[in-house]
Design a binder for this molecule. Structure first.
Ligand code: BG6
Length: 470
């Protein structure tokens, strides 16, 4: 759809940026913090781990001052469950409470709205040892943890996110340390975990509304429009299939409190439907989000997968993200899109499509909690980082966000990944995303100095002009 004139970004639009605790904070074993599954996870040998990360724990004041200089209206960060409750369920660690108290106060000093993710991949190890999300008791542990957060920070935090990318955890649970090695039906275990996370989330929505009537809370999955490889009806059906199990399963449960039918049938066919106890569906129905937060990096194309056809798939992308399902769909490389240095397809128009699809399905306000470009930035001799490619990536996506708003989508914020450089999930610190460079290499910590990239000044001006000067 063309627009003669574009709608402007709303006056109070939340321009922001994001990080997560384990990828930015470091201080992995300081001040009483317990271990998480990430702290004991297997890291590829050629990239850094998360022990020091960007050392945000010790530098949060300087980092927040830089965010303020950039003009951020909001900062999306996560709280490490293991700082607050080292064993996941039990004693509260006062030092952990204090750290986020200080961080939140520092943000508010500069009028930056804290946008808090309660859990971003770093499940407490003590809970994992008791079965993690496969164990139904983790539901109550999460709700207790959420209550502690509401009690301590609810006077200052208005926007809450429950679980980061629950769908990615379920689709790639093996990569995130959420599975017991000996599990013989991995899918069944993951969908049981999913069910427990959905219960924890719904109860937390409810608790938030009871305790903090002024606050707003939502889920934070990764959502991507799924394209059919061609207009062949079977390919279109395959795209519909994939979207049901990748996107709508999670949001239908969060918003409508029910399981998506296509996804449920898929689980039945794969013998992996979760065990649902009496009262569970009511719990899902009773917990409602106020908005939908979502992370967007790229779209996905799929084709029909006919068991009898042995045509090779053309998909050569990051194999970690491949999730072909025989007879249901299989990934297809989209020849119309360019890719990043790391082989991720770049699709700004797909961003608009994704927003339109989410909004028309759920009619809830949207906020983007991640979107960005991972690249090998170069620190020049004069201490500059000329990341024009990042500016170009963000500019094109923000343009599409404005088009989506002009289409009628209610979008109230945009938080690129990431505010500062941090350690990527499995590809190290040199896959950089930040507006602020952190001077370290994979294994050489150097001085961890903060340096503003070119994109820092570009984003600053964009925020100052409320998106008018793109
Ligand atoms: C999202 C995660 O999946 O993508 C982030 O929420 C992550 O934690 C981001 O860092 C980028 O992915 P990666 O693998 O490049 O770090």
């Amino acid at each position: 759809m063309q627009h003669e004139t574009l709608k402007e970004f709303p006056e109070d639009f939340l321009w922001g940026a994001s990080t997560s605790a384990y990828q930015a904070e470091g201080a992995w074993n300081e001040d009483g913090k317990g271990l998480s599954v990430i702290d004991v996870g297997n890291h590829p040998e050629d990239v850094s781990d998360f022990k020091v990360a960007s050392d945000h724990y010790h530098n949060y004041k300087e980092d927040v001052a830089l965010m303020a200089e950039m003009g951020l209206k909001t900062y999306r960060f996560s709280i490490a469950w293991t700082r607050i409750i080292p064993d996941g369920d039990g004693e509260v660690n006062q030092k952990g409470i204090e750290f986020y108290d200080n961080l939140i106060d520092e943000l508010l000093k500069y009028d930056i709205e804290p946008l808090v993710t309660m859990y971003h991949f770093d499940l407490p190890l003590a809970l994992q040892k008791k079965g993690g999300w496969s164990n139904r008791e983790t539901v109550e542990a999460f709700v207790n943890y959420a209550e502690i957060l509401f009690d301590n920070y609810g006077d200052r935090v208005k926007y809450w996110l429950t679980i980061n990318e629950q769908n990615v955890m379920i689709m790639h649970g093996d990569a995130l340390g959420l599975l017991e090695d000996e599990s013989d039906n991995i899918k069944a275990e993951l969908y049981q975990q999913n069910h427990h996370m959905l219960l924890a989330q719904a109860k937390t929505f409810n608790l938030c509304h009871q305790k903090l009537p002024e606050a707003k809370i939502g889920p934070a999955p990764s959502i991507a429009a799924v394209y059919p490889a061609s207009s062949k009806p079977e390919d279109v059906l395959a795209a519909d299939n994939y979207s049901a199990i990748r996107n709508w399963l999670y949001l239908d449960a969060a918003v409508f409190g029910r399981y998506n039918e296509i996804a449920w049938t898929y689980m039945e066919k794969n013998n992996c439907t979760p065990e649902i106890e009496e009262g569970d569906m009511q719990i899902l129905k009773d917990g409602n989000p106020d908005f939908i937060a979502f992370n967007y990096y790229n779209t996905l194309a799929v084709e029909a997968d006919f068991a009898k056809e042995d045509k090779e798939s053309n998909f050569s992308g990051d194999q970690k993200t491949v999730d072909n399902q025989p007879g249901f769909y299989r990934r297809h490389e989209n020849e119309f899109l360019e890719q990043t240095e790391f082989g991720w397809e770049i699709d700004p128009v797909g961003f608009r499509t994704t927003m339109r699809r989410i909004y028309s399905r759920y009619q809830l306000p949207l906020i983007v909690t991640e979107n960005g470009l991972g690249a090998y930035d170069e620190l020049e001799a004069d201490d500059t980082i000329n990341d024009d490619y990042r500016i170009d990536f963000l500019r094109k996506h923000i343009k599409q966000a404005q088009l989506a708003i002009s289409d009628g989508v209610e979008l109230f914020g945009y938080c690129p990944w990431s505010a500062i450089d941090l350690v990527s999930t499995h590809q190290g610190i040199n896959k950089r995303y930040g507006f602020i460079y952190v001077n370290r290499d994979e294994f050489d910590l150097k001085d961890l100095r903060r340096i503003k990239k070119k994109s820092f000044n570009w984003y600053k001006n964009l925020i100052k002009t409320n998106g008018k000067e793109l």
